[in-house]
Design a protein. Structure first.
Length: 124
């Protein structure tokens, strides 16, 4: 019983420390932000422009109160759903077989295990 209580206490203390670290991180590092109110199902002004010559619009499905995209589709392709994955620095949006990591306007798009492209996040 004492051991279980000790584990819970350490977990709560660790989460409190994590909250302090996340609070000190810049908002630009936590996720992609839309400038105005985003409407679900419509593509926002954010587009991934990649070195493979393609542009992938980011179409938000859910947006946080702070304006960060939480879930989205990447491009107009069905089944390319991505979700924000919390990270210490930068952001990651991951879906089935597709993900991109970034910091501010620079990102790396991964299409499966062996296809990786450098991209820029631009406002259209």
């Amino acid at each position: 019983m004492q051991t279980a209580f000790g584990r819970v206490l350490r977990l709560v203390t660790g989460l409190a420390g994590l909250a302090v670290c996340v609070e000190s991180a810049s908002a630009a590092d936590l996720g992609l932000r839309v400038s105005g109110p985003a409407v679900a199902g419509q593509c926002s002004e954010l587009v991934l422009t990649c070195e493979n010559g393609r542009a992938y619009p980011i179409c938000p499905i859910a947006v946080s109160v702070a304006g960060e995209i939480v879930t989205a589709t990447l491009g107009n392709y069905p089944g390319s759903y991505v979700r924000l994955v919390p990270m210490g620095v930068g952001y990651r949006y991951a879906g089935r077989g597709i993900w991109f990591d970034g910091l501010r306007s620079e990102a790396v798009l991964n299409l499966g295990k062996n296809r990786q492209f450098a991209c820029s996040v631009v406002r259209s």
